[in-house]
Design a protein around this ligand. Sequence first.
Ligand code: TXA
Ligand code: MG
Length: 347
Amino acid sequence: MKTFYWRVDAFQPDDRIMDRAGFIIRQGGLVAFPTETVYGLGADALNAAAVERIFTAKGRPADNPLIVHVRSIEQVYSLVAALPDRALKLARAFWPGPLTMVLPRSREVPDAVTAGLDTVAVRMPAHRVALALINAAGTPIAAPSANASGRPSPTTAEHVRQDLDGRIEAVIDAGPAPVGVESTVLDLTTAVPVILRPGGVTRRRLMELIGNVAVHPEKTEGPPRSPGMKYRHYAPGAPVILVEGASAALVRNKMRELAAGFAGRGMKVVILASSESAGYFRDYRCVTYGRHAEPATVAAGLYDALRRCDELAPDVIVAEGVEPGGMGTAVADRLRRAASEIIKVTR
Ligand code: TXA
Ligand code: MG
């Protein structure tokens, strides 16, 4: 199949292009589109056959459910069995924005979307192009991140092309996704809501509005609450050794020691680090992900940096950790998922 690429303005997308894209969705086709977090791969959420094509195009396991994207709170009512007060409150406060809510599903939602769960994940993206697409399609849009399964999420149309060219009908390109990491996924079906995936809306901001919010532990007994959590995500081809520690100096020293050890054994080492630390790794290939002093730049740059590491075809990647807290929590989470080993240095 030949994939169409359409470039649009992020704030004033061309109506004719959006109409064509909406038509493809209505016909059961797949369109990749920008959101504020990452690029999504969209299909008509109410068309089971269209949704199944998403799983084929990505090579995604069928037991990993999709987020349904809406353009209004009204559109949520047909998708859920109930919209609790606290969900409505959250939607009013954070939508459009990077918050996904897991709610009891209605019968309208095909099993392919929810992977057979009795819940559905919904969010309203804060991106003009995404909202225009849902509008043009006239239906809610099911969309995972538009990467091949196991690859880092795409933050540009070029990333989507790398993974899905020839497998989907169209890609709408509106430049880089501004946030850069995926939405916060919040399970609202339990007495105390649980963050299943940290993201752009922080725990503190959620708690300010609805009181106590729990965090899903990284490793648990029994089946994972969010099926996506059991897969190793976002990972480059080479092993990633992630170094975390109490101070930047300790982390850099440990990274240098590890890198020297690998290089000494003839391995090709790539360093993944903050802009602040890059100068300490002049004797290695070094990819930077953003400035530690501004976690938002790390969020925006991380997935592109992981892809650039991959392109250098290293034997091993030695990565500098990020301090959790605020946006740092989401970034630290994604780095840990990309890691094959985490080393903590205390002295
Ligand atoms: O920012 C985002 O959320 C992006 C953009 C495109 O909106 N989408 C995204 O989708 O990251 P995806 O499919 O890559 O990640 C969705 C996550 C997965 O971990 C999945 O398991 C979880 O949400 N999820 C979806 N439906 C769920 C449900 N009913 N219950 C629990 N977890 C669910
Ligand atoms: Mg994904």
